[in-house]
Write a protein that binds this ligand. Structure first.
Ligand code: FES
Length: 60
């Protein structure tokens, strides 16, 4: 499923960017070689980052 329709970034690509070290929404775009356009996907990007932070916390 696409998270960012403007840039064609799907869930897998968002996860890969986070796994690759993206810690901010802007870094997810950068990892995919693009920049935000309409901004509608930003909340979902933030949720993905928050989920990852919670998972990392739970793993400790
Ligand atoms: S949906 Fe991501 S910038 Fe528009």
């Amino acid at each position: 499923m696409y998270i960012c329709v403007c840039n064609g970034i799907n869930e897998r690509q968002v996860s890969a960017a986070i796994e690759g070290g993206a810690a901010k929404v802007s870094e997810i775009y950068r990892a995919n070689g693009c920049a935000p356009r309409c901004g509608q996907c930003v909340p979902q990007m933030r949720q993905a980052l928050d989920r990852r932070a919670v998972e990392a916390y739970d793993a400790d």
